[in-house]
Write a protein that binds this ligand. Structure first.
Ligand code: MN
Length: 216
C-alpha cells in the first residue's frame, strides 16, 4: 500500500512539473483575460463568463502596414493576450511583420513559443541557429505563400531580400511568447553589462563594445 501511495505521488509530481513548463490545456471553454484583477495564475485571471462578449475574442487592424522607418527597417504588430484578451490560456497568438526593402527582423528568440511564419508579400531570407555545440545555421529564401517554422527558444531572423516591401504573418505557440532581441539585450541592457565582460565574450577591443553600446 505504501509503495502504491509513493508511486502515485511520484506520478502526480511528474505530471505537475511537466505541465507547468507549458501553457496548460484549458479546463473550461475559455478564460477571457481580466488584467484588472490583482490575483495571478499562470496567465491572467478570467473575466466572469456571463459578461464575455464577441469583442473579447476580436482584434481589428492587421491589414494595416506597420511603420518600418527605423534602424532595422521592420515593424512587428503583435496580437497576443495584451491585444486580444480571449487568447488567455489558449497557447496561441499572432504577429504581422512589415519589412522595408533590405529591412531585417533582427536575430531574436521567443522564450515561450515556436513560431510558424507565412510570407504574404515579397521575398524573405530566413534562418535559425541550433543550440551549442553545433550552432548549425538552418536557412532558406522564402517567396510569397511559403511557410517556415522557428523551433521554440532558438535564435532566428528574417531579411527582406526582394526588390520591394515584404509582409509576413506568424503564429506563435503562446498567448505571451516574449521576445529577446539579441543585440538589444546584450548591448542595450539596463544597466549596461560591464564592457570587460562583453569584450572578452566577443573577443574584441573594449572600444568596439563601447561603440556598439552607444547604438542601443
Ligand atoms: Mn520571431
Amino acid at each position: 500500500m505504501a509503495t502504491f501511495v509513493l508511486l502515485f505521488s511520484l506520478i502526480s509530481l511528474s505530471f505537475c512539473c511537466i505541465s507547468f513548463a507549458f501553457e496548460p490545456s484549458p479546463l473550461q471553454d475559455f478564460c477571457v483575460a481580466n488584467p484588472m484583477m490583482p490575483t495571478r495564475v499562470n496567465g491572467l485571471p478570467c473575466k466572469n463568463p456571463a459578461t464575455v462578449e464577441a469583442s473579447d475574442f476580436f482584434f481589428s487592424g492587421l491589414h494595416l502596414p506597420g511603420k518600418t522607418s527605423n534602424a532595422v527597417g521592420s515593424k512587428v504588430t503583435p496580437v497576443s493576450v495584451a491585444q486580444l484578451p480571449g487568447l488567455n490560456t489558449l497557447g496561441i497568438s499572432l504577429v504581422r511583420i512589415d519589412y522595408a526593402p533590405l529591412g531585417i527582423n533582427p536575430p531574436h528568440t521567443h522564450p515561450r513559443a515556436s513560431e510558424i511564419l507565412t510570407v504574404i508579400e515579397g521575398s524573405l531570407l530566413v534562418g535559425f541557429i541550433t543550440s551549442n555545440p553545433d550552432n548549425r545555421f538552418i536557412t532558406k529564401t522564402l517567396q510569397k505563400g511559403d511557410v517556415f517554422v522557428f523551433p521554440v527558444g532558438l535564435i532566428h531572423f528574417q531579411h527582406n531580400v526582394g526588390t520591394g516591401k515584404a509582409v509576413a504573418i506568424a503564429a506563435l505557440s503562446s498567448q505571451n511568447p516574449g521576445v529577446i532581441t539579441i543585440a538589444n539585450a546584450v548591448f542595450g541592457s539596463n544597466p549596461d553589462i560591464n564592457s570587460d565582460v562583453l569584450a572578452k565574450a566577443f573577443q574584441v577591443d573594449k572600444s568596439i563594445v563601447n561603440q556598439i553600446q552607444t547604438k542601443f
